[in-house]
Design a protein around this ligand. Structure first.
Ligand SMILES: [Zn+2]
Length: 559
């Protein structure tokens, strides 16, 4: 059963339902191609004592949007627990935004600013283990997005009827570009209230559930949204436009969950027919990676004027309602069975939103696993391993092998520009082939996701899980594929009686096996850095199975 409601009816229904010294710059290290460490990235990336001394439990975000001026005016109350005695702490807000005042217990407190860090200096010590809150009042013109969602910020756009349409995306930039918070990937509040005030002819959509709509003076309306789960700061979002709600349901084990999508009014009908595919996507991810974690916040797709983003429980969508002709669909055809944006961004509810990287340098856990899971989607859909290989082959040429997938930690290094996506996926595919035991491989993936739901993990955590399930230490593999940019190369040749093979372009400890097809029969060999050989019959046909492993192969001249 599926029903359409006008915005007002759905809103009504939902109302009922529910100058302090921080350490000096450190030398960067030898990672080629990784940006130099700036002062701001040091301040944002490292959990210094002024950040690790408190744990945020709640953000109360109140923002009034002036769309004509592309400006915001608001205040955010931050509730936290003191993990040490605190005189001073660091909160983060983009330096181009102005602070009016910061208050604690109804009095103003001192603060100083350096880059995006704001050092709040309390009038008295906050004792360890106490709960406390403070409020930052601020205003300004937030950063606009150059190329959302990759180069993020606000997109101040018009819909096709020339009406205002606004959205924000800020994964790499950080939520501090529009509201003050402790902007580190490990800091997730337990819940968030968002009160977005917009001109009354517009609707503002945030994450989670709509709790109230309040008409204000000056022809303005406040929409109050609430997220009742831990959430990454960059996932908190606002969308403003002529939205209508499209309601759908997701039924699981006799339980009905509600999905309240938001689209521009003129797309209501197409969305009603198009968005149900998200349910098939959710069922796939639940089958392989465990339960969707946010049903109490719902699940919705929100139409936006950019491609899309994985905002938790509020996935944004801008691929034109087309499997074939969307912006992304033309390059990612997806075999005509699914919208590439819906499958990708929805999958991030598992990879990224639930299981989050402990440092943005490990962000292949979000993106590499995500792209890999798309290959598995097609394998599952068509009940055919070859389709997953075909999908992976279609993205292989985009791998560059210039910098390691994982770079430096503590530097606010969002490793989103290198081989995080495509090579990350290929590395997972390769590991499956090396382990060579599909039931174990699928258990590794599912257990890793379930055991780490709503928490933070590193590359090492993933390989700890692999070791637990296989009994094998794959650090040689991790070091080669995640911490080195080099693609292993298998050099080989054959004579009438022998097949010769060896690895090149590898770390000294690299001991990965490789599969060959010899006259149609599989054989696993363990190459090293010097040529080894085995007996073959004259005129044997030998194929290196490089569709199963991320390697280069080269027939060498052996003279
Ligand atoms: Zn992604």
């Amino acid at each position: 059963m599926k029903k359409k409601f006008s915005v007002l009816i759905i809103l009504f229904t939902l109302l009922i339902a529910c100058n302090v010294n921080v350490a000096d710059l450190r030398p960067h290290g030898s990672q080629t191609g990784v940006p130099e460490l700036t002062r701001n990235n040091y301040l944002m990336g490292f959990l210094n004592e002024y950040r690790s001394s408190y744990d945020v439990s709640y953000y109360d975000i109140n923002i009034d949007f002036n769309i004509e001026e592309k400006s915001i005016d608001g205040f955010v109350t931050i509730k936290a627990r003191a993990l040490n005695d605190i005189d001073t702490l660091q909160v983060d807000l983009a330096k181009n935004l102005n602070i009016k005042k910061i208050t604690h217990q109804n009095s103003s407190v001192e603060y100083s600013r350096e880059e995006d860090a704001v050092m709040v200096i309390f009038n008295q010590t906050i004792d360890k283990d106490t709960l406390f809150d403070f409020t930052v009042h601020y205003y300004g013109i937030p950063q606009s997005a150059d190329n959302p969602p990759w180069a993020g910020g606000f997109t101040w756009s018009k819909d096709k009827n020339d009406r205002d349409w606004v959205a924000v995306s800020c994964e790499g930039e950080g939520a501090r570009i529009w509201w003050p918070n402790k902007d580190h990937i490990t800091e997730e509040p337990d819940s968030v209230r968002m009160a977005f005030t917009v001109p009354s002819n517009l609707v503002s959509v945030g994450n989670g559930q709509l709790r109230g709509v309040l008409e204000k003076e000056d022809d303005k309306t406040t929409y109050e949204w609430f997220v009742n789960n831990p959430i990454n700061n960059y996932n908190i979002s606002v969308q403003i436009g002529h939205y209508v709600a499209v309601q759908d349901t997701f039924i699981k084990r006799d339980k009905t969950h509600y999905m309240n999508h938001y689209v521009l009014d003129y797309n209501e009908e197409v969305a009603e027919n198009y968005f149900p595919q998200s349910k098939e996507v959710i069922r796939f991810y639940e089958k392989y990676f465990g339960d969707y974690q946010w049903w109490d916040d719902g699940y919705k797709l929100i139409e936006v004027p950019y491609l899309g983003m994985e905002h938790q429980s509020a996935v944004t969508y801008g691929n034109g309602f087309s499997i074939y002709n969307g912006v992304r669909s033309s390059s990612w055809a997806m075999y005509g069975v699914i919208d590439p944006l819906i499958i990708h961004e929805t999958g991030h509810e598992w990879f990224g939103n639930s299981v989050t990287a402990v440092d943005p340098t490990h962000i292949w856990i979000h993106e590499g696993l995500q792209v890999y899971s798309e290959a598995l989607y097609f394998e599952d859909k068509f009940k055919n391993y070859a389709v997953s290989v075909d999908y992976l082959k279609s993205i292989k040429s985009r791998i560059q092998n210039k910098i390691p997938i994982v770079g430096p930690e503590d530097e606010n290094y969002w490793a989103l520009n290198g081989d995080t996506y495509m090579k990350g996926a290929w590395v997972m595919h390769t590991l499956r082939s090396v382990i060579n035991d599909d039931p174990v491989w699928f258990e590794i993936l599912k257990e890793f996701m379930i055991e780490n739901a709503k928490s933070h993990v590193s590359t090492e955590d993933f390989f700890d899980k692999v070791k637990e399930k296989t009994g094998i230490d794959y650090s040689y593999f991790s070091e080669q594929y995640f911490y080195s940019p080099n693609q292993p190369k298998l050099e080989y040749y054959q004579t009438d009686s022998q097949f010769y093979y060896k690895w090149n372009n590898i770390n000294d400890n690299f001991i990965m096996p490789i599969d060959l097809l010899i006259n149609g029969v599989e054989k696993r060999v363990l190459p090293n850095k010097t040529f080894q050989s085995f007996d073959i019959k004259k005129h044997s046909t030998i194929e290196v199975m490089d569709w199963k492993f991320y390697i280069e192969k080269e027939l060498v001249n052996y003279e």
